[in-house]
Design a protein around this ligand. Structure first.
Ligand code: PLP
Length: 346
Protein backbone atom coordinates (compact mmCIF):
# COMPACT_ATOMS: atom_id res chain seq x y z
CA UNK A 1 0.00 0.00 0.00
CA UNK A 2 2.90 2.37 0.73
CA UNK A 3 2.84 4.71 -2.26
CA UNK A 4 5.35 7.46 -2.99
CA UNK A 5 4.17 10.90 -1.87
CA UNK A 6 3.36 13.40 -4.67
CA UNK A 7 4.99 16.89 -4.76
CA UNK A 8 1.77 18.43 -3.32
CA UNK A 9 2.75 16.77 0.00
CA UNK A 10 6.07 18.61 0.07
CA UNK A 11 8.63 17.26 2.53
CA UNK A 12 6.42 14.48 3.94
CA UNK A 13 8.65 11.66 2.70
CA UNK A 14 11.81 13.30 4.12
CA UNK A 15 10.64 13.52 7.73
CA UNK A 16 11.72 10.86 10.23
CA UNK A 17 9.02 8.29 10.93
CA UNK A 18 9.04 5.26 13.23
CA UNK A 19 7.08 2.20 12.23
CA UNK A 20 4.50 1.38 14.90
CA UNK A 21 1.97 -0.68 12.91
CA UNK A 22 1.73 -2.55 9.66
CA UNK A 23 0.77 0.62 7.80
CA UNK A 24 -2.78 0.05 6.54
CA UNK A 25 -6.21 -0.30 8.11
CA UNK A 26 -9.28 -1.75 6.43
CA UNK A 27 -12.08 0.21 4.81
CA UNK A 28 -15.21 -1.85 5.48
CA UNK A 29 -18.81 -1.75 4.35
CA UNK A 30 -21.51 -1.48 7.07
CA UNK A 31 -24.49 -3.27 5.45
CA UNK A 32 -26.51 -3.81 8.65
CA UNK A 33 -26.22 -0.18 9.63
CA UNK A 34 -26.96 0.92 6.09
CA UNK A 35 -30.21 -1.04 6.16
CA UNK A 36 -31.12 0.38 9.57
CA UNK A 37 -30.46 3.94 8.36
CA UNK A 38 -32.55 3.87 5.16
CA UNK A 39 -30.09 2.60 2.55
CA UNK A 40 -27.22 5.08 2.16
CA UNK A 41 -23.92 3.26 1.50
CA UNK A 42 -21.97 3.41 4.75
CA UNK A 43 -18.29 2.62 5.13
CA UNK A 44 -15.98 2.62 8.12
CA UNK A 45 -12.23 3.27 8.06
CA UNK A 46 -10.93 1.00 10.80
CA UNK A 47 -8.28 3.21 12.35
CA UNK A 48 -9.30 1.68 15.66
CA UNK A 49 -7.31 -1.34 14.41
CA UNK A 50 -3.84 0.16 14.15
CA UNK A 51 -2.55 -2.82 16.15
CA UNK A 52 -0.32 -1.18 18.77
CA UNK A 53 -1.69 -1.70 22.34
CA UNK A 54 -5.40 -1.69 21.31
CA UNK A 55 -4.81 0.83 18.50
CA UNK A 56 -6.39 4.12 17.51
CA UNK A 57 -5.70 7.25 15.46
CA UNK A 58 -2.82 8.36 17.66
CA UNK A 59 -0.64 5.47 16.46
CA UNK A 60 -0.36 7.20 13.08
CA UNK A 61 0.50 10.47 14.83
CA UNK A 62 3.08 8.86 17.09
CA UNK A 63 4.95 7.43 14.09
CA UNK A 64 6.07 10.99 13.31
CA UNK A 65 6.63 12.19 16.90
CA UNK A 66 8.57 9.11 17.93
CA UNK A 67 10.48 9.04 14.64
CA UNK A 68 11.59 12.59 15.47
CA UNK A 69 12.40 11.53 19.06
CA UNK A 70 14.58 8.69 17.76
CA UNK A 71 16.31 11.01 15.27
CA UNK A 72 17.16 13.32 18.18
CA UNK A 73 18.57 10.42 20.21
CA UNK A 74 15.89 10.66 22.92
CA UNK A 75 15.44 7.94 25.50
CA UNK A 76 12.37 9.30 27.31
CA UNK A 77 9.08 10.58 25.90
CA UNK A 78 6.88 13.05 27.80
CA UNK A 79 3.23 13.73 27.03
CA UNK A 80 0.16 15.38 28.60
CA UNK A 81 -3.37 14.02 28.34
CA UNK A 82 -6.74 13.81 30.05
CA UNK A 83 -7.11 11.07 32.67
CA UNK A 84 -8.52 8.71 30.03
CA UNK A 85 -6.23 9.88 27.23
CA UNK A 86 -5.76 7.32 24.46
CA UNK A 87 -2.83 9.38 23.16
CA UNK A 88 -0.99 8.96 26.48
CA UNK A 89 -1.62 5.19 26.54
CA UNK A 90 -0.35 4.85 22.99
CA UNK A 91 2.66 7.10 23.63
CA UNK A 92 3.63 4.77 26.48
CA UNK A 93 3.18 1.75 24.20
CA UNK A 94 5.05 3.32 21.26
CA UNK A 95 7.89 4.42 23.53
CA UNK A 96 8.21 0.91 24.98
CA UNK A 97 8.27 -0.64 21.53
CA UNK A 98 11.13 1.66 20.55
CA UNK A 99 13.03 1.06 23.79
CA UNK A 100 12.19 4.39 25.45
CA UNK A 101 10.69 5.36 28.81
CA UNK A 102 7.51 7.39 29.02
CA UNK A 103 6.33 10.08 31.45
CA UNK A 104 2.65 10.99 31.31
CA UNK A 105 1.15 14.13 32.81
CA UNK A 106 -2.56 13.57 33.42
CA UNK A 107 -4.62 16.78 33.46
CA UNK A 108 -7.87 17.30 35.33
CA UNK A 109 -9.90 17.89 32.18
CA UNK A 110 -12.97 15.94 33.30
CA UNK A 111 -14.34 16.41 36.83
CA UNK A 112 -15.44 12.81 37.23
CA UNK A 113 -14.85 11.35 40.67
CA UNK A 114 -15.94 7.80 39.84
CA UNK A 115 -12.98 5.66 41.01
CA UNK A 116 -13.47 3.35 38.02
CA UNK A 117 -12.95 6.32 35.66
CA UNK A 118 -9.78 7.27 37.48
CA UNK A 119 -8.19 3.84 37.62
CA UNK A 120 -9.46 1.61 34.80
CA UNK A 121 -9.14 1.74 30.99
CA UNK A 122 -6.20 3.81 29.76
CA UNK A 123 -4.85 4.58 33.25
CA UNK A 124 -4.58 0.89 34.05
CA UNK A 125 -2.81 0.15 30.76
CA UNK A 126 -0.35 3.01 31.31
CA UNK A 127 0.60 1.42 34.62
CA UNK A 128 0.90 -2.00 32.99
CA UNK A 129 3.19 -0.44 30.36
CA UNK A 130 5.35 0.97 33.14
CA UNK A 131 4.85 4.67 32.37
CA UNK A 132 5.63 7.24 35.08
CA UNK A 133 2.45 9.18 35.90
CA UNK A 134 2.34 12.84 37.00
CA UNK A 135 -0.70 14.99 37.55
CA UNK A 136 -1.56 18.54 36.51
CA UNK A 137 -4.40 20.19 38.42
CA UNK A 138 -5.99 22.09 35.48
CA UNK A 139 -7.76 20.89 32.38
CA UNK A 140 -7.97 24.01 30.25
CA UNK A 141 -4.47 25.38 30.55
CA UNK A 142 -2.54 23.91 27.64
CA UNK A 143 0.35 26.39 27.88
CA UNK A 144 0.66 25.81 31.63
CA UNK A 145 0.63 22.04 31.15
CA UNK A 146 3.36 22.35 28.48
CA UNK A 147 5.44 24.53 30.81
CA UNK A 148 5.17 21.96 33.61
CA UNK A 149 6.03 19.12 31.24
CA UNK A 150 9.12 21.03 30.09
CA UNK A 151 10.15 21.43 33.72
CA UNK A 152 9.88 17.67 34.21
CA UNK A 153 11.94 17.25 31.03
CA UNK A 154 14.62 19.57 32.49
CA UNK A 155 14.71 17.53 35.69
CA UNK A 156 15.16 14.35 33.64
CA UNK A 157 17.91 16.01 31.63
CA UNK A 158 19.74 16.98 34.82
CA UNK A 159 19.53 13.33 35.83
CA UNK A 160 21.23 12.31 32.57
CA UNK A 161 18.20 11.35 30.48
CA UNK A 162 17.46 12.54 26.93
CA UNK A 163 13.87 13.70 27.04
CA UNK A 164 11.53 14.38 24.10
CA UNK A 165 8.39 16.44 24.78
CA UNK A 166 5.19 16.02 22.77
CA UNK A 167 3.53 19.44 23.22
CA UNK A 168 -0.15 19.98 23.87
CA UNK A 169 -0.89 23.61 22.99
CA UNK A 170 -1.34 24.75 19.38
CA UNK A 171 1.45 26.89 17.97
CA UNK A 172 3.92 23.99 17.78
CA UNK A 173 4.59 22.22 14.52
CA UNK A 174 1.88 19.51 14.52
CA UNK A 175 4.29 16.76 13.50
CA UNK A 176 1.96 13.96 14.51
CA UNK A 177 -0.86 15.29 12.41
CA UNK A 178 1.13 14.26 9.36
CA UNK A 179 0.03 10.70 10.05
CA UNK A 180 -3.34 11.74 8.71
CA UNK A 181 -1.92 13.05 5.46
CA UNK A 182 -0.63 9.53 4.96
CA UNK A 183 -4.04 8.17 5.94
CA UNK A 184 -5.76 10.45 3.38
CA UNK A 185 -3.69 8.91 0.63
CA UNK A 186 -4.49 5.40 1.84
CA UNK A 187 -8.21 6.15 2.08
CA UNK A 188 -8.37 7.61 -1.43
CA UNK A 189 -6.65 4.55 -2.85
CA UNK A 190 -9.06 2.20 -1.04
CA UNK A 191 -12.10 4.17 -2.21
CA UNK A 192 -10.74 4.06 -5.74
CA UNK A 193 -10.23 0.28 -5.56
CA UNK A 194 -13.79 -0.14 -4.25
CA UNK A 195 -15.05 2.26 -6.94
CA UNK A 196 -16.74 4.44 -4.36
CA UNK A 197 -17.00 8.19 -4.83
CA UNK A 198 -17.56 9.44 -1.28
CA UNK A 199 -19.97 12.28 -0.54
CA UNK A 200 -18.79 12.89 2.98
CA UNK A 201 -16.17 11.77 5.49
CA UNK A 202 -17.09 12.12 9.17
CA UNK A 203 -14.28 12.35 11.73
CA UNK A 204 -13.76 13.37 15.37
CA UNK A 205 -12.43 16.89 15.93
CA UNK A 206 -10.59 17.13 19.27
CA UNK A 207 -7.17 18.79 19.26
CA UNK A 208 -7.90 19.10 15.54
CA UNK A 209 -4.76 17.28 14.40
CA UNK A 210 -6.67 14.36 12.89
CA UNK A 211 -9.47 16.41 11.34
CA UNK A 212 -7.19 19.21 10.09
CA UNK A 213 -4.63 16.91 8.58
CA UNK A 214 -7.13 14.55 6.98
CA UNK A 215 -8.79 17.55 5.34
CA UNK A 216 -5.40 18.92 4.30
CA UNK A 217 -4.31 15.56 2.86
CA UNK A 218 -7.53 14.99 0.93
CA UNK A 219 -7.41 18.45 -0.63
CA UNK A 220 -3.68 18.23 -1.38
CA UNK A 221 -4.39 14.95 -3.18
CA UNK A 222 -7.15 16.49 -5.26
CA UNK A 223 -10.27 15.25 -3.45
CA UNK A 224 -13.09 17.69 -2.78
CA UNK A 225 -15.10 15.32 -0.56
CA UNK A 226 -16.89 17.04 2.33
CA UNK A 227 -15.01 16.47 5.60
CA UNK A 228 -17.26 16.95 8.61
CA UNK A 229 -15.47 17.29 11.94
CA UNK A 230 -17.65 16.40 14.90
CA UNK A 231 -16.63 18.52 17.89
CA UNK A 232 -15.75 16.40 20.90
CA UNK A 233 -13.99 19.02 23.03
CA UNK A 234 -14.87 22.63 22.12
CA UNK A 235 -17.81 24.30 20.43
CA UNK A 236 -17.75 25.03 16.71
CA UNK A 237 -16.86 28.70 17.21
CA UNK A 238 -13.68 27.75 19.06
CA UNK A 239 -12.89 24.69 16.93
CA UNK A 240 -13.09 26.23 13.47
CA UNK A 241 -10.15 28.67 13.86
CA UNK A 242 -8.18 25.86 15.47
CA UNK A 243 -8.56 23.69 12.38
CA UNK A 244 -7.68 26.62 10.11
CA UNK A 245 -4.54 27.19 12.23
CA UNK A 246 -3.66 23.48 12.13
CA UNK A 247 -3.85 23.49 8.31
CA UNK A 248 -1.56 26.54 8.10
CA UNK A 249 0.93 24.85 10.48
CA UNK A 250 0.87 21.65 8.41
CA UNK A 251 1.53 23.65 5.22
CA UNK A 252 4.52 25.31 6.93
CA UNK A 253 5.85 21.98 8.10
CA UNK A 254 5.60 20.46 4.62
CA UNK A 255 6.87 23.58 2.86
CA UNK A 256 3.83 23.85 0.57
CA UNK A 257 0.94 26.30 0.37
CA UNK A 258 -2.22 25.15 2.11
CA UNK A 259 -4.84 23.64 -0.20
CA UNK A 260 -7.50 24.28 2.47
CA UNK A 261 -9.70 27.34 2.34
CA UNK A 262 -11.35 28.59 5.54
CA UNK A 263 -14.76 27.96 3.93
CA UNK A 264 -13.79 24.30 3.59
CA UNK A 265 -13.55 23.75 7.35
CA UNK A 266 -16.77 22.18 8.53
CA UNK A 267 -17.26 21.60 12.24
CA UNK A 268 -20.44 20.42 13.94
CA UNK A 269 -20.92 20.74 17.69
CA UNK A 270 -24.48 19.35 17.85
CA UNK A 271 -23.27 16.15 19.52
CA UNK A 272 -20.90 17.64 22.10
CA UNK A 273 -23.31 17.90 25.04
CA UNK A 274 -22.89 17.45 27.98
CA UNK A 275 -19.24 18.25 27.21
CA UNK A 276 -15.79 16.74 26.78
CA UNK A 277 -15.43 13.43 28.51
CA UNK A 278 -19.09 13.13 29.54
CA UNK A 279 -21.32 10.53 27.97
CA UNK A 280 -24.73 11.98 27.09
CA UNK A 281 -27.74 9.86 26.18
CA UNK A 282 -27.23 10.37 22.41
CA UNK A 283 -23.63 9.23 22.70
CA UNK A 284 -24.54 6.15 24.72
CA UNK A 285 -27.35 5.31 22.27
CA UNK A 286 -24.88 5.67 19.38
CA UNK A 287 -22.41 3.35 21.13
CA UNK A 288 -25.16 0.72 21.46
CA UNK A 289 -26.25 1.15 17.82
CA UNK A 290 -22.69 0.74 16.52
CA UNK A 291 -22.20 -2.37 18.63
CA UNK A 292 -25.53 -3.95 17.80
CA UNK A 293 -25.40 -3.45 14.03
CA UNK A 294 -21.72 -3.74 13.06
CA UNK A 295 -20.00 -4.82 16.32
CA UNK A 296 -18.09 -1.54 16.38
CA UNK A 297 -16.64 -0.70 19.76
CA UNK A 298 -16.96 3.06 20.21
CA UNK A 299 -16.07 5.22 23.21
CA UNK A 300 -17.96 7.89 25.17
CA UNK A 301 -15.44 10.73 24.65
CA UNK A 302 -14.51 10.65 20.97
CA UNK A 303 -15.95 8.05 18.65
CA UNK A 304 -19.35 7.65 20.33
CA UNK A 305 -20.07 11.37 19.88
CA UNK A 306 -18.70 11.28 16.34
CA UNK A 307 -20.77 8.22 15.51
CA UNK A 308 -23.88 10.00 16.82
CA UNK A 309 -23.11 12.71 14.23
CA UNK A 310 -22.51 10.09 11.55
CA UNK A 311 -25.82 8.34 12.32
CA UNK A 312 -27.61 11.66 12.02
CA UNK A 313 -26.08 12.19 8.55
CA UNK A 314 -26.77 8.60 7.50
CA UNK A 315 -30.43 8.73 8.50
CA UNK A 316 -30.94 12.03 6.66
CA UNK A 317 -29.22 10.84 3.44
CA UNK A 318 -30.78 9.20 0.39
CA UNK A 319 -29.65 5.72 -0.75
CA UNK A 320 -27.37 7.15 -3.45
CA UNK A 321 -25.18 8.79 -0.81
CA UNK A 322 -21.80 7.32 0.17
CA UNK A 323 -20.65 8.18 3.69
CA UNK A 324 -17.39 7.26 5.40
CA UNK A 325 -17.00 7.12 9.19
CA UNK A 326 -13.42 7.33 10.45
CA UNK A 327 -13.25 5.09 13.51
CA UNK A 328 -10.38 6.59 15.47
CA UNK A 329 -10.46 4.06 18.33
CA UNK A 330 -10.75 4.74 22.05
CA UNK A 331 -12.70 1.63 23.10
CA UNK A 332 -10.27 0.98 25.97
CA UNK A 333 -12.03 3.84 27.77
CA UNK A 334 -15.32 1.89 27.71
CA UNK A 335 -14.11 0.09 30.82
CA UNK A 336 -13.55 3.41 32.59
CA UNK A 337 -17.15 4.39 31.79
CA UNK A 338 -18.61 1.14 33.07
CA UNK A 339 -20.92 2.99 35.50
CA UNK A 340 -22.39 5.24 32.76
CA UNK A 341 -22.88 2.27 30.43
CA UNK A 342 -24.55 0.12 33.07
CA UNK A 343 -26.84 2.96 34.12
CA UNK A 344 -27.85 3.42 30.48
CA UNK A 345 -28.53 -0.26 30.00
CA UNK A 346 -30.94 -0.70 32.95
C1 PLP B 1 -10.06 7.77 20.05
C2 PLP B 1 -9.82 9.18 19.63
N1 PLP B 1 -10.49 9.66 18.60
C3 PLP B 1 -10.34 10.93 18.18
C4 PLP B 1 -9.47 11.79 18.84
C5 PLP B 1 -9.35 13.21 18.36
O1 PLP B 1 -8.16 13.37 17.65
P1 PLP B 1 -7.48 14.81 17.58
O2 PLP B 1 -7.01 15.16 18.94
O3 PLP B 1 -6.36 14.62 16.61
O4 PLP B 1 -8.52 15.77 17.10
C6 PLP B 1 -8.74 11.33 19.94
C7 PLP B 1 -7.84 12.22 20.68
O5 PLP B 1 -7.24 11.90 21.65
C8 PLP B 1 -8.91 9.98 20.35
O6 PLP B 1 -8.23 9.48 21.39
Amino acid sequence: MNQPFPPSLGKLGDLPRAQLFSGTTALEEMPNLSQACGGARLLVKRDDCTELAFGGNKVRQLEFYLGDAQAQGADTVLITGAVQSNFARLAAAGARKLGMECHIQLEERVAKTDPVYRSSGNVLLEKVLGAVLHSYPEGEDEEGADRRLNEIAQELKSAGRKPYVIPLAPGHAPLGALGYVVMAQELLQQLDEMQVIPDEVVVASGSGATHGCLLFGLRALGSSVIVRGICVRRNAQAQEPRIVQRCAEIADLLGVSSPVDKSDVLVDDSFLAPGYGYAGQDTLAAIMEGARTESLMLDPTYTGKTFAGFLHRAKASDPKTNLVFVHTGGAVALFAYQTDLENFLV
